[in-house]
Design a protein around this ligand. Sequence first.
Ligand code: BGC
Length: 418
Amino acid sequence: MARVRTLLAMLVVLISVVTGCNSDADNNVEVFTWWSDASEQAGLNALVEVFNRNYPDLTFINGAVAGGAGGTARDVLASRLAAGDPPGTFQVHAGMELADYIEAGQVQDLGGLYAENGWDTVFPRGLLDLLTVDGKIYSVPSNVHRANVVWGNPAVLSRAGIDPQSRPADLDAWFAQLDALKAAGVTPLAIGKDWTQVHLLETVLISRLGSESYKGLFDGETSWADPRITAALADFGRLLSYANTDNQFLDWPASTKRVIDGKAAYTVMGDWAENLFRAEGMQFDVDYVAFPVPGTQGAFDFLADSFTLPANCPNESGAVDWLETVASIEGQQAFNLAKGSIPARSDVSPGDYQPYQQTAMTSYRDDVIVPSLAHGAAAPVRWLADITTAVRAFGTHHDPVALQQALVDAAATHVGNP
Ligand code: BGC
């Protein structure tokens, strides 16, 4: 037996030498994300710590490509996948964005891994459905974020005579506050580059159309030519008129910082922004406030990040170890506590989370879930790209009729046609 073992060991060494397997590079697991800044980097680092502890023989390779919401990363990823150079695993939003990669055959079915680990029962059904196509499941969720959140600076609001605890019931009530802020010489609203404006637009659409009609925009039930869209686009234009004009130079950390530093009263951003306030030593509901975008109360504008196993990925078993880390209670706790999201698993102890995250968990449990447009849940990648182009152009031509026409044209190209 010992001789057989020795022979086997020699064979393994020989195969390694001939094929190059088991070299240091073969222990690499490249994790491709757009988490390179602020709370995103902190979240990723926390997850990597768990991975390193549990798999000391593997080497985490950070394949992050900077840029909020992942637009730039997705372009780089598309070229790499087209060139047959996939990373070990890549970040993808749950929902229609994932559908693109499934359709192209670029990600593997993880049904076996789910069955082996009992993951079918630890994630909520609604979330699993967003990762599933034709009975096959294609990614492992790490976290859930809420997109329809207004962040405000109470000191700035008070200076303009606005009660920081007041919660505008709808967009019209909010406009009254924004007018008061403008009259007081304060920038009422901080915004950033194009994707943050698509993010703002989706919340205006939810606010003015309601959850059901908003959802209908993405399956053909609601027409983009609807007069309610015309009205919502006028509201969107009005919101932009309250905002900083240097927006195209700012990604989300910089636009959020305007509120933190008291240079603007409000911003609308997903709740990855929350950790940025806390990182400055600010206290929730004292030094900053957060509430649903006016008119979207009762809706949870949803997005989730997840990780895939690309077809033909290098070091597949190492990538599976990463997926298992992402799904584990330990991984979800470490990641979400650091990033400011809420865990995708439903069996993680909620008591450990910050007061703001508690509100997000309650809303996720009780409210109507609507899919985020800017963050891949509602529309496939190419449709979102066309909408983003239209919104960027609006920032220059300020013509709501042209914007609506571009949105109608994009829907005609993409509805039912991922
Ligand atoms: C991602 C978040 C990320 C945010 C800003 C979203 O699309 O889902 O994880 O923090 O973009 O980059």
